[in-house]
Ligand binder design. Structure first.
Ligand SMILES: Cc1ncc(COP(=O)(O)O)c(C=O)c1O
Length: 458
């Protein structure tokens, strides 16, 4: 090209959650049966869509105006419905004009960061959902600016560190929180939200809260939506139907804007997001029409409750199965449907392996991990995939230095999930065990039982 046509932030756009599938597909060709525990799509994992919901969607498909464009901000009746839902709580009030629909939150995320001034940064949690960190970094053409979530403290944010990083980085204009969180499954108590709001108020920042999992909380945990805690700080919440209904293929999500009138600069920024949507015309029409019809149905509450109870059971199976492995940090998932398992510092190295029965699969993995740049947890994930068929995502691909992996709690067959967790636990122990210099407890040796373990295998 006459000039370099690649955006300065292009290198930041990497989505390991889907990249790993390419490897899984190759391994399938070699005869390995793969269990996809990587993607947060309940439908792909076999969630059945209730008949009453399908009937609503089918009915809408018979209405001619479902096939047309809709207003840029979204269908008014739906925005009125959503504004009323928000206003039932005691927090900041909104009108339908404070709501803007997108083709999925994926689009909202890229627009919200993409329309920020290049030098203005949003500090993102570490680890965090890749679409946030990658889109924010791509807009700036710089690596993400982050604050740590702490696996030694339920994956809650380290607020002292957040405040320090905001204070000493004047380019930070906003703070992102994802609550309940992807990838950790943490649910942040109200006090934490209020402290984050206080930091935003102190440094004149805006807040972004991704609340796509807000109605998927269990194990007796509670939180609040940002709207209830934000007071007079400008901010926006991201909401959607991909996980909750679940209907990810609808590509439908929205943002709710809070306190835009409190700050003229924030207000202009929000207007630019709306203008960008106007240039595109609008978002998908039919799913927007379906939202009030589905959410008003009494069966909706029941089906959501059944799903919460299932995730709760799976969170217990995963936690109980993995928590006693020496060398890993495990927290119970309390919301959304992910679990992040972190390896303690120094327990992974670049010599650990698992036995891979199929020679072609072994050769593929050896080639994939041959680069010295391969992260140690990515190496673990490849070996795990080829040795057991369990497909998880390396934790370092969620913008964190913690090595580990993220898995989902979406398997509809609980008995199968138990088998997967047991196999996972066994293979973590085997993998860690083959590393030189790491001492294993009697508990681990006992758990490995009669297995033939090649100590020191490279
Ligand atoms: C935290 C979070 N936000 C947003 C999204 C994207 O949602 P959508 O399907 O609406 O694009 C996801 C998808 O996994 C997510 O986990």
């Amino acid at each position: 090209m006459r000039i370099d046509i690649v955006h300065t932030g292009a290198g930041e756009l990497n989505y390991e959650i889907r990249n790993i599938i390419r490897v899984a597909e190759k391994l399938q060709q070699f005869g390995i049966e793969v269990n996809l525990e990587n993607i947060g799509d309940p439908v792909a994992k076999g969630e059945t869509i209730p008949a009453w919901m399908k009937e609503i969607v089918a009915g809408l498909a018979m209405e001619d105006n479902s096939y047309g464009y809709c207003p840029t901000q979204g269908i008014l009746e739906t925005r009125e419905f959503l504004a009323n839902l928000n206003n039932r709580n005691g927090g900041v009030r909104i009108t339908p004009n404070d709501i803007l629909f997108f083709n999925g939150l994926g689009e909202a995320i890229t627009k919200v960061y993409g329309l920020l001034r290049t030098t203005a940064r949003v500090i993102t949690p570490s680890p965090t959902y890749t679409t946030h960190s990658a889109s924010e970094a791509a807009h700036a053409g710089q690596p993400p600016v982050t604050y740590p979530l702490d696996p030694n403290n339920h994956w809650f944010p380290n607020l002292v560190e957040l405040r320090r990083r905001v204070k000493y980085n004047p380019s930070v204009a906003g703070i992102l929180l994802v609550n309940p969180d992807n990838p950790t499954g943490a649910v942040f108590p109200e006090e934490i939200l209020r402290e984050i709001v206080a930091i935003a108020a102190e440094f004149d920042l805006f807040l972004v809260a991704d609340e796509i999992y807000q109605n998927l909380i269990y194990n007796g945990h509670r939180t609040k939506p940002l709207a209830d805690c934000i007071g007079s700080v400008p901010g926006l919440a991201m909401k959607g139907i991909s996980k909750e209904l679940p209907w990810p293929g609808a590509r439908c999500g929205w943002i709710e804007i809070y306190n835009a009138d409190r700050d003229p600069n924030f207000s202009r920024y929000v207007q630019s997001i709306l203008n960008a949507k106007m240039v595109e015309v609008c978002s998908t029409t039919l799913p927007q029409k379906a939202i009030p019809r589905i959410l008003r149905r009494p069966e909706y509450k029941t089906s959501l409750e059944q799903r919460r109870l299932r995730y709760e059971r799976l969170s217990a199976i995963a936690y109980d199965g993995l928590k006693d492995i020496d060398g890993v940090l495990v927290n119970r998932t309390n919301g959304a449907f992910y679990m992040s398992v972190a390896f303690q510092e120094g327990v992974l190295d670049n010599r650990q392996t698992l036995d891979i029965a199929i020679p072609e699969a072994k050769a593929l993995v050896e080639e994939l991990v041959s680069s010295p740049a391969t992260a140690n947890d990515k190496r673990f994930v490849y070996y795990l995939l080829a040795a057991t068929g369990i497909c998880v995502v390396p934790l370092t691909s969620f913008n964190t230095e913690w090595e580990g992996f993220r898995m989902t709690l979406l398997e509809p067959d609980e008995a199968k999930f138990r088998v997967i967790i047991n196999k996972l636990a066994e293979n973590i122990r085997l993998y860690l065990h083959c590393s030189r210099g790491i001492q294993f407890s009697d508990r681990d040796m006992e758990a490995l039982g009669s297995l033939q373990v090649g100590v020191g295998a490279a």
